[in-house]
Design a protein around this ligand. Structure first.
Ligand code: NAG
Ligand code: NAG
Ligand code: NAG
Length: 534
């Protein structure tokens, strides 16, 4: 299971030349830009760690050392980190190894205040109604962030992409008050790989990042979403990479890889060889990731902070087998994708998710989308996939949090973006424009309008509602403290005794029982050991 690092939302900026807003960080003064349209100040492309090139390539991030006098401008976005394949969303942006930067947007006119801080782990900009300081961070992905091998392990350089996130959070902790932010009210927040990251940061070193952040929001991404492979799995890729790079004859192959021209290295790891492309992911290193995430969760080794934990109705239509027509094909897909499953577990899963299109995903659509065009068992495979990767982990997270007596709010999102075909249902990423309350019809270089060319009242209201819930959670740890435009049910805390989700869909906003597919999801969460993650 793998997630790409998703689309970029951009905020239109108007240039003004009047004296720019400034902020004094530990190392020097930054001059940003005032955005009159939003009455906000923006400081973007701020470096939070040393440039990880040369001897620092494939090494954990190193803190900044140099100070400056005078003002440095922070008005241009930094580079994107190299993605793990050529055609992901960051193809529109210049990619470089010099990418460890973050962006800050604050409301204007709050000098001397300490506002709550929301940190979005993906590279995006935020606009919101409640005064908060919004930060977005970059981190190394693909092989530059997650190369793994015995050599890398020996040196303590596994999981550098996650360590970048920690370096950014340390910078934020030390500097955010200069931007009118409160260093004791920081919420980390992400979707997909960003949600996984948020979840893993709460487990990092067994839950030891205690003072770095105080609340967390996970949208469709959890530590138990990702598959974790042993070093031996990665070693095979490492050997291919060193060979293609001409480093295999060197005594120190890793050092040799540090000297390879970056374009050559990116070509090798992204394009040249099918077996080393894509799928770079965190590794259980006995340090940053101490143990299987499920073990860490179940043994209480995580940060005890309030969370929002949500997933979409039909996540699996994006990650499942696609068109499958019979049980053999579903079986093949399941036992190949989750190679650690033994055959009796595969059989058990197939029993729990029967060959009945009316029970498959897109859920709640009866017998639609099965048959010759989509494949008789497309919905079955999609249901299994979504529950394994995201919906099961969403529920597991809620249960673990409630059992530890910590506040957790759960949602089930069922609003598709405009133009998504009906047979895909409410798949991955559909909620993102809504939580940012962004009805824009002119998205950055993509020409798409996720809420439609002319967002209707009910779509706007839905966006307004969820974004205010999130802002309230960031500001207070409870989504229910924002003034809403209209009367909506209060968002109840999740409890194992009486589990509830907020169910979001235009014209259908309500609280639902989180009791559906109980036996099946419970088996995936508690009846299968680590086989789903290997
Ligand atoms: C989700 O929403 C779709 C319409 O967008 C609807 O057809 C379907 O029944 C809903 N699913 C459930 C389980 O409520
Ligand atoms: C707020 O409520 C009013 C009255 O119901 C409605 O006209 C307006 O569109 C709503 N605004 C948003 C952003 O939901
Ligand atoms: C298959 O895996 C399950 C779940 O971990 C385990 O309980 C069972 O003993 C295994 N069965 C076989 C035949 O190995």
């Amino acid at each position: 299971m793998r997630f790409t690092f998703c689309a970029v939302l951009a905020v239109a900026v108007g240039l003004v030349n009047a004296s720019p807003p400034t902020a004094m960080t530990e190392k020097g003064i930054y001059a940003g830009e005032h955005l009159p349209t939003f009455n906000q100040d923006m400081f973007i492309g701020i470096r939070y760690a040393q440039v990880p090139t040369g001897s620092l390539r494939f090494r954990p991030p190193q803190p900044l050392t140099k100070s400056w006098s005078g003002q440095k401008t922070a008005v241009n976005y930094g580079n994107s980190c190299y993605s793990s394949e050529p055609n992901t969303d960051n193809r529109f942006i210049k990619q470089s190894e010099d990418c460890l930067t973050l962006n800050i947007v604050r409301p204007s006119g709050y000098e001397g205040h300490k506002l709550p801080v929301g940190v979005w782990i993906l590279q995006q900009s935020v606009e919101g109604g409640t005064p908060i300081v919004a930060v977005s961070i970059n981190y190394r992905v693909g092989p530059l962030g997650f190369l793994a091998s015995e050599e890398v392990q020996k040196e303590g350089s596994l999981n550098n992409g996650l360590k970048d996130q920690v370096a950014a959070l340390i910078w934020i902790k030390q500097n955010i008050e200069a931007f009118n932010g409160d260093s004791n009210q920081i919420t980390i927040w992400g979707e997909s790989a960003g949600g996984e990251s948020v979840s893993m940061l709460m487990l990092a070193y067994g839950g030891k990042l205690e003072t770095l952040f105080h609340r967390a929001i996970m949208e469709s991404g959890f530590a138990t979403t990702q598959q974790y492979h042993p070093i031996s799995h990665w070693q095979e890729k490492y050997v291919i990479i060193t060979k293609l790079a001409g480093c295999d004859k060197q005594s120190d192959t890793l050092n040799c890889l540090r000297q390879v021209d970056i374009n050559k290295l990116v070509f090798i790891t992204n394009i040249a060889n099918e077996r080393i492309k894509r799928q770079y992911a965190p590794t259980i290193d006995g340090d940053f990731i101490l143990d299987w995430p499920k073990n860490l969760l179940q043994s209480g080794k995580f940060m005890k902070i309030p969370i929002i934990s949500g997933a979409n109705m039909d996540e699996g239509t994006s990650f499942g087998p696609g068109r499958v027509t019979n049980t053999d094909e579903v079986t093949d897909w399941l036992s190949t994708t989750y190679a650690g499953l033994n055959s009796s577990t595969v059989q058990k899963i197939l029993t729990l998710y029967p060959d009945d299109p009316s029970k498959g995903s897109p859920f709640g659509t009866g017998d639609l989308y099965s048959g010759p065009i989509y494949g008789r068992q497309f919905k079955r495979g999609s249901a299994i996939s979504g529950d394994i990767a995201l919906i099961g982990p969403r529920r597991l997270t809620c249960e673990v949090w409630d059992e530890a007596g910590i506040d957790v709010y759960s949602y089930n999102w069922n609003q598709s973006d405009y133009g998504i075909p009906d047979f895909i249902g409410t798949t991955h990423f559909q909620e993102v424009v809504y939580v940012f309350d962004n009805p824009s019809t002119s998205f950055f270089q993509s020409g798409t309008a996720p809420m439609g060319p002319d967002p209707t009242g009910s779509k706007k209201s839905l966006a307004h509602l969820i974004s205010r819930f999130f802002m309230s959670f960031i500001a207070t740890g409870d989504p229910n403290n924002a003034k809403q435009n209209g009367t909506y049910p209060k968002w109840p805390k999740y409890s194992c005794k009486n589990p509830k989700n907020y169910y979001f869909r235009e014209d259908d906003i309500r609280i639902e029982d989180d009791d559906w597919r109980k036996e099946a999801i419970s088996f995936l969460n508690y009846g299968v050991d680590h086989q789903l993650l290997t």
